[in-house]
Design a protein around this ligand. Structure first.
Ligand code: ADP
Ligand code: MG
Length: 355
């Protein structure tokens, strides 16, 4: 196994698109790191840069203490000894399962007898013992994804890279494979970088989660710290559906421009522009008032409600009776997290608000 380190890694595509912007990230040996972010935030670019299919325009990537990408260095993918699984099970249809899984070993010129044993072991690991002779066309989507996983594991990779590897699967199967993947990689002590746009999957599986936006790392922390202490309005909104409210800070008190919301923030410097992040669970609704229920979705642990609160779409998590679309309600906010917004950050923040 190995650790992965990215130092000031930037990547700009020929089209001018920013893939990665000054990314610093360390994945410890044996760690399960999830990489989340909206579509286009650079997750695949980051993963493919580690794998060696893309070369950063600046910065360095190290496996343990060996530089594999950097100025004048580009170790080819097959020499990095990494395993990779993509969203669409890239299983070759004209080869049987055994031959698919064996492929990395044949490339590495491993002798036949050892190949047989290791293919058997890898299939066993992913719950497909005895499937060597099967035609991939006769397998379910989940089974084909297990074949792809076995092929990634058979060469005993130093790091396992997963790019939306579970995203194409249907719900019950995805849940099961998610659990199995977690157990399997933890038992093996594998270093894993798992890319997903599914924040609950990231939080559920990972030791730490890196949140990416616009090619930049916004925050890296354990799932519980990310939820409890988001560093920025973006992270609060992306991970917890926080509603962002514009305002200002005067003498230790945040007040919103258009909403009856004040939040004490003792010790915070005065700021002409600040943002309050209101978590859905911090809001209660009572009947009658100037807010209108726009949607109300039932979930096993309460309802996800959106109310139009003086022009702001406020996300609310309620318990008890279900609100109906069109109901008039009053909004009560128990607390909010206030972020002072420096003037130079404003354009970025505005981009987040309009997303
Ligand atoms: P994600 O995996 O998070 O959805 P990507 O890493 O695929 O994001 O993309 C990051 C950014 O780079 C996006 O703006 C995307 O449009 C751009 N991009 C990705 N691949 C290419 C490419 N081959 N050529 C040009 N731009 C690309
Ligand atoms: Mg992607």
């Amino acid at each position: 196994m190995a650790s992965v380190t990215l130092e000031h890694v930037s990547l700009r595509y020929r089209s001018g698109a920013v893939g990665l912007a000054d990314v610093d990230l360390q994945v410890a040996d044996g760690e399960f790191l999830a990489l989340v972010g909206p579509s286009g935030s650079g997750k695949t670019t980051l993963l493919r840069s580690i794998a060696g299919f893309l070369t950063p325009t600046a910065g360095r990537i190290l496996l343990d203490d060996r530089v594999i990408a950097g100025p004048g260095v580009a170790v080819p993918p097959e020499q990095r000894r990494l395993g990779m699984v993509f969203q669409q099970h890239a299983v070759w249809p004209h080869w049987d399962v055994g031959r698919n899984v064996e492929y990395p070993l044949r490339r590495a010129k491993v002798p036949l007898a050892e190949r047989r044993t290791r293919v058997g072991e890898a299939l066993d690991l992913v719950g497909l013992a005895g499937y060597e002779r099967r035609d991939p066309a006769t397998l379910s989507g989940g089974q084909r994804q297990r074949v792809a996983l076995a092929r990634a594991l058979v060469a005993r990779p130093r790091v396992l890279l997963l790019d939306e590897a579970l995203s194409a699967l249907d719900e019950p199967l995805r849940d099961r494979l998610r659990l199995e993947l977690h157990t399997l990689t933890r038992e093996m002590g594998l270093t894993v970088v798992h890319v997903t746009h599914d924040r609950s999957e990231a939080l559920a599986l990972a030791d730490r989660v890196a949140v990416l936006d616009g090619g930049r790392i916004q925050q890296v922390d354990t799932p519980s710290n990310l939820l409890a202490r988001p560093d920025s309005p973006f992270v609060a909104k992306f991970l917890s559906d926080a509603t962002l409210v514009d305002g200002r800070v005067t003498e230790g008190l945040f007040s919103a421009g258009n909403h009856p919301l004040t939040v004490p923030c003792p010790g915070m410097a005065n700021a002409a522009r600040a943002t309050a992040a209101v978590l859905p669970a911090a809001v209660t609704l009572t009947p009658g008032g100037d807010a209108i229920v726009r949607s109300s979705l039932f979930t096993p642990d309460g309802s996800d409600v959106v109310v139009d609160w003086r022009g702001t779409h406020l996300r609310v998590r309620t318990h008890g009776s279900r609100h109906r679309v069109g109901d008039a309600v009053s909004v009560h906010i128990a607390d909010a997290v206030v972020y002072p917004q420096a003037v130079e950050d404003a354009p970025e923040r505005e981009a987040v608000m309009s997303a």
